[in-house]
Design a protein around this ligand. Structure first.
Ligand code: HEC
Length: 551
């Protein structure tokens, strides 16, 4: 058995003192701060102090390679906590793992699929043994290491710089973590309907409560093998950050929230409008922002932000592709109705853009919210209507207000948004139902109800309503993911490590979401990449009309 760890802050204090001695020995050369900076350049970009690129031999490839491909970060990651490449584990190499005495070394889970794979204590690395690893691929115990670890050509000063940088890397836990607590924040924007806000807060508080109680009891339904590895029990604290007023002021409000009570990470949360200022806040502050429920997420991925999908832009691109497959016979005419808000603009602009080069004409109708104006505009297009396909980028309530059932002429097909109608089409008269299609970013039918089974029974346990399934399943997914991630991370509570674990995570595990499949990579932070075009069957249920389409 490993000794139970003492709280981390004591360890890092001890280590800061201990490593002070090591650095005195090299104080004639460049300053310590200089060394760290050089080590950082080497670690992140593979550039040596001389300005040359680092060179190394990859035994597995039988090649000498240089530059950023050989930078340590590629394998050991920004946090220094290592990674998993297929079945090969790349160990953590921060100072806390390398340079401390055996009994002070922390524990990290190397492969969450087999919780027994954890770091083993080893003698503390010195400058000499570190340079043997880097130059010859022989570790502190004299073992020849995996050929994946390159053999570097490095001057003594380069090794010193690497040592200083590793010593500083992930040396203290991130803000939002105290010896007894870890704070997560969720963000709600003012356009959020009250029932959603209520559901979100109730689900999160119930799960946090459940988690804290089961932690206190050292067991519990959410416990997994990794929970039994030695680590400090910290209560989860939920902060609800509500932003108000104009979006241009949100970033400042969030900075203030975070200054007053810093959060380790932001997770879940919801908005029916823009999320740009919030993503900016996360990226600038380098705070992980995990999977908010959005219909119009930012379209540019950020290194610290993760989204379920590209929202309405994804739907519009899928519809355009679907239409292109249908429209082989000749030119078609499309009328699209959208509002002037952020989601409306995103959907309509993406449809127009992805229609470029198609034999397709589009009449774009911007709805200012007045029913009369919209009816007038549709009247103007009434002549075309029977020969057109109509896209209504509107919510179920807005669709009901349009009284589609009273229309004189029906278009060739009516296309509705899965996001805006929450995956459930509005009630329609039977005569219309045949021409209605819904673009569904979610799984449909039996498969969907299987995937959401766990959610339903969890809600029952907590006496919570199921009234907005797609949304609630996103929140539930977030909760399970956070539970998984935090048990994998043990006491290594660094924001960068959370990001890295998230990137690697979705490739395994059970899917409890409404999405057919979720996957992420280091470059790609939108977990779901496609949608179905569906139609209504005789019972009013959505059935796929297309395959799962990725634009
Ligand atoms: C191409 C991937 C790759 C790159 C790039 C890489 N490493 Fe490694 N490293 C590994 C692997 C794999 C191991 C584990 C080998 C084993 O245990 O057999 C390892 C092991 C180590 C170890 C030994 C850790 C221990 O617990 O004994 C150290 C130290 C280390 N690497 C430092 C570095 C530094 C510093 C750099 C950059 C100059 C670097 N590595 C670049 C893949 C890589």
């Amino acid at each position: 058995m490993r000794p139970i760890l003492r709280p981390q802050y004591v360890l890092s204090l001890f280590f800061m003192m201990a490593s002070g001695y090591a650095h005195q020995a090299v104080s004639q050369g460049p300053s310590h701060a200089d060394l760290i900076q050089r080590g950082q350049a080497l670690y992140l970009t593979g550039r040596l102090a001389s300005g040359d690129l680092i060179k190394a031999k990859r035994l597995d490839l039988g090649e000498i390679k240089s530059g950023s491909d050989m930078a340590c970060v590629k394998c050991h990651r920004p946090s220094g906590m290592g990674s998993l490449e297929g079945d090969l584990t790349i160990p953590p190499i921060t100072g806390r793992f390398l340079f401390q005495k055996e009994e002070g070394q922390p524990v990290a889970v190397l492969d969450p699929r087999t919780a027994r794979k954890i770091t083993q204590p080893h003698p503390a690395y010195s400058l000499r043994s570190l340079s043997k690893v880097l130059r010859e691929g022989v570790d502190i115990r004299g073992k020849k290491m995996s050929p994946l670890m390159p053999h570097y050509t490095l001057a003594d000063d380069d090794v010193r710089a690497i040592m200083a940088y590793l010593d500083s890397l992930s040396a203290t836990v991130s803000p939002g973590v105290s010896p007894t607590q870890i704070r997560f924040a969720t963000i709600i924007t003012p356009d959020t309907p009250p029932h959603r806000k209520d559901l979100l807060i109730k689900m999160l508080s119930s799960a946090f409560h459940q988690r804290n109680v089961s932690q206190r009891l050292h067991s519990g339904s959410m416990g997994m093998p990794m929970e039994h590895l030695p680590h400090v029990h910290r209560e989860w604290d939920l902060a609800v950050w509500e932003v108000t007023g104009d979006p241009s002021t949100w970033q400042q409000q969030l900075i203030q929230y975070n200054q007053d009570h810093p959060a380790f990470a932001i997770f879940s949360g919801t908005s029916e409008g823009t999320w740009e200022p919030i993503q900016d806040f996360c990226e600038r502050g380098r705070i992980p922002c995990l999977f908010p429920s959005l219909i119009a997420p930012p379209q540019q991925t950020g290194s610290h932000s993760f989204n379920f999908s590209k929202g309405l832009a994804l739907e519009a691109a899928v519809l355009s592709k679907f239409a292109a497959m249908r429209d082989r016979e000749g030119p078609t005419h499309w009328i699209q109705v959208h509002k002037t808000d952020v989601p409306g603009q995103l959907a309509s602009k993406t449809f127009i853009k992805s229609s470029e080069g198609q034999p397709r004409t589009i009449t774009d109708i911007e709805w200012d919210g007045s029913l009369k104006n919209l009816q007038d505009q549709l009247q103007t297009n009434a002549m075309n209507m029977a020969d057109s396909s109509l896209i209504l980028w509107l919510s179920s309530e807005e669709l009901e207000a349009l009284h589609l059932d009273q229309w004189q002429t029906l278009p060739k097909g009516i296309y509705l948004s899965g996001h805006l109608t929450h995956g459930h089409p509005p009630q329609l008269p039977e005569t219309m139902a045949a021409s209605v299609h819904v673009i569904s970013p979610y799984e449909v039918g039996l498969k969907r109800s299987k995937q959401t089974d766990t959610l339903r029974s969890w809600l029952k346990t907590w006496d919570l309503p199921l009234s907005d399934e797609a949304f609630q399943s996103e929140v539930f997914f977030d909760l399970l993911m956070l539970t998984d991630l935090s048990s994998q991370m043990l006491d290594n509570l660094y924001r960068d490590y959370l990001i890295e674990r998230t990137e690697d995570m979705l490739s395994w595990g059970t899917n409890v979401s409404v999405y057919p499949r979720l996957s992420l990579s280091r470059e790609q932070h939108y977990a779901s990449q496609g949608a179905y075009v569906t139609k209504l069957d005789s019972k009013g249920q959505l059935v796929p009309e297309s395959d799962w389409m990725v634009p």
